[in-house]
Each structure stands twice: as C-alpha cells, then as structure tokens.
Design a protein around this ligand. Sequence first.
Ligand code: AHR
Length: 501
Amino acid sequence: MNEITLDVKSAKSKIDRNIYGHFAEHLGRCIYEGFWVGEDSPIPNIKGIRQDVVEALRKIKVPVLRWPGGCFADEYHWMDGIGPRDQRPTMINTHWGGVVENNAFGTHEFMELCAQLDCEPYVCGNVGSGTVQEMSQWVEYLNFDGVSPMANLRKANGREEAWGLKYFGVGNENWGCGGRMTAEYYSDLYRRYGVYARNYGENKLYRIACGARNDDYHWTEVLMAKAGDERMLNAPYMDGLALHYYTSVRRLPDGNRVGSATQFDEDEWIEIVAKGLFMDELVRKHSTIMDKYDPNKKVAMIVDEWGTWYAVEPGTHPRFLYQQNTMRDAIVAATTFDIFNKHCERVRMANIAQTVNVLQAMILTDKEKMLLTPSYHVFEMYSVHQDATLVPCDVQSERYAFGDYDVPAISASASIDGEGKLHVTLSNANPHKDIAVELFVRGLKGGQVQGRVLQGSSMNAHNTFDNPNNVRPSAFGEVKLSDDGLALTMPKMSVVALEVC
Ligand code: AHR
C-alpha cells in the first residue's frame, strides 16, 4: 500500500540550492537581536553580528538570504542605512509596530552578514515609496567598480570593491503593502524600474518581479504577458517571478492570525498539514501559466516568502510575529521541500519566512540564549538535496483523515548528489500511526544505508530555552536494504532522511 518508486535512471533535473533559501526582514526581533547585536554587545559577535546564530546557520548551508523585507522593503530608503552609524537617521517602522528603526543595520552590515554566512545576498528594492533614481543608485552603489557618484560614496564608506550583487527584487507585495497596485500597473513599473537597475561590468543582475499572493493567477498571467514573454527582445525582462504563500489557520481582518503555534488539537494539526500541501496546487497552476509564455522555463518561479503563520506568542508584541515552532512545522517544512524538489525545473529559489525570531523561524533567541527549532532540523536534514539531481519519485500513500481534512500520510523526495549517493527524505503526517513503507529503487547501486529521524512525543513537541534539545534528529535504524530497494517503518509524525551509498 505505502510504496515509493524511485526512478534513478531518469534523474536529470538539478535541485537548485536556492530552494533552501532564507528571508530576514526588519521586523520584530529578526534583524535586531536575532542577527545584529552591535559591536559593543557582551554577546559574542564579529562586526556586530552574533556568532552563535551565524555558526548554526552555516551548518544548514544557507544558500541565499533575502533582505530588507517584506513590507519593510517598500518603506526602506537605503541611503539612511549607510555611513557612520551614529549619524544615520532614525525612522518609524510603520508596518511592523511603529517602532523606531535606527538604521544601524544597513547595506554594509547585510553584505557582511552574507559573507559570514557564505551565502548569496538577495536585496529587495523599493518600488512602493521609492523612486527609480533611488533604486538605480542602490544597484550602482552595490555593483559599480569604476568612478561614479555612488561608487565613490561606497568607497568613502569603507568599501573599495563592488560587491557584485546578483539577486535583486523589484518591489515586494506591490499588490498589498507595497503600494496596492493592480497587476497591469505594477508590470509597467516593473519594466521601468528594471531598466534602471543596471548591469555593471560582467555582473548580470538577476531581476525578480513581485509575484502573486496565493492563488491570484491573474497576477501571474499579466506579469508573464507583459514582462516575462521570451519573445521580448529575445529575452524576457525578468529572470524570476515571485510567489508568496503562508500556511495559517485563519486570518483576521487586521492581517493578524488566529491559532496558537503550540496549543492546538488534531483538527488544527491536520488543517495546517493540508494547507501546507496546497503549495503543490499553487506551484502547478502558476507554472502552467508561466509555461504558456515561457515554454523553455527561462523565468524561474521564486517562492520568496513561505511558511507557517500563527497568532503571536502570548505576551509578545502583536506586530513582531514571534511564534514557537513544533513538529507540525517540521512536517510542513518537509512536505513543502518535497513539493519544491519535485517542481525544481521551474522553482529555482524559495525563502522561508523568516530566519530568526519571526514566523517559521530556524532559530529563536532570548538575549544571549539561542535555540534551534524543529524546522531548523528539517532544513539541515534536507540540505543534502542542494544542487543534487532530482530522482523522480512516485509516492503511493495511505490517507490520513480527521475532521474536514484528508491528506496522504507519507510524502517524500529523493536526489543523487555529486558523489553518487542517493538521498531520500520522507515524512509521516499521521500523529497516531507508524507506517511501513517500501521503496522500490530502479537502478539502485549501493550496499549501505544510514538514516536519521526527527520525531516528537506529541504533536506540539518543541524546544524551549529550558529544554532546547527536546526535538532533534537521532540515528534511525528501522530500515533494511534489499535487492529491490528499501523497507522502513516511518514513526508517527516524523521526518526521516536516508543516505544510500
Ligand atoms: O513575512 C512577513 C510579511 O508577510 C512580509 O513583510 C510581507 O511581504 C508578507 O505579507
């Protein structure tokens, strides 16, 4: 009944490492406290960036980091965040709680963070409240190596060489917080702003257009027709088109969510699992529209915001979006990665919202303390797929049903890495039942298998500052290798990673 067939001989598509990307916004305690503590902090830091967080993130091989927003991006004026820190102007972060933003973390600090993480920076420009000139100058500041007003300013601020930024977003959620625009209006602005976000030298900017919210297929249709058709100038105007989708129980009219991250019953467990799986339909339907205009898949789908979104933790600022993270989030992370892996020919970047202290975070901090969430461990277990070759996978799973929802219990994806090792990642969403699974591997070569499992003792198992290792991976021995493939028993509500070599 529960059978997975892997077709190793048909493996050909590369899983872009950027699918395992991240997002960090000036929101709540993500940037400030999460990454930036300042050079004078007693928390160990290099150039103001906390090292416990950097070390933990290097272990999950963060490939790309999107910044400064989110909604903050279309209110951000980058020149406020350069030059001597004590002379930078303050502003009000109107969207995220009306708190004072002192601009201590700006362009130089972000590029330093990416250097410390050894990841690609992805900067999102301001279309909603910024000018074409302002955006154009930011790209010049980042990328021009010669003599020019912006290159000279960068040098005066202590950075001689251009950074050579690759990934650049032309606005964020411009249908909403980024200016409440129509698709028709934004697509014209995208073309205009995109022209002046120049290429410098050998550096070809990878321009990413604001994409749809959820199932707004009209947005994708218009953007592809007006800026993504490959017949335009022999090349589409955009390299990537974004998509945003959050998994939540319900949204209130003020934008806040209901449903606790930790205090939930089985009805909200399965609702979140089912809504996470909806990503597959979204990717397929948006892809179908993109295929119509871009059959050769030149334009990538960039899911640059995704993840779970609950009511904030009791007692925390309602606009800081601080939430705990349980085995339920781990299952959503695993199934979402299976979806992205499966669609890797079109999905070439995705960015979890958000890396530290906000929404489905990898890491939570409390002053000098830090903990790794169950989602962090899924990112680590799935990091083996980065830049590996997708092995097509047919998953026949029994159903798991409760209340209004009915989902496949087992989800999986597989790849072959550069050394020829086969990696299979699986999850079992059923919180009550261990499930025996057979894996048929056509063309299996290899005689050894080893595995790790992430599981909790309850649906809401999570890590706290007092018990930070409650949920973490351990060795998994419930797997046998045969001539046909593998046989294993997936523990209830678990994520398993297998390596065959
Ligand atoms: O990630 C939080 C917010 O969600 C982002 O700022 C915005 O783009 C989205 O609505």
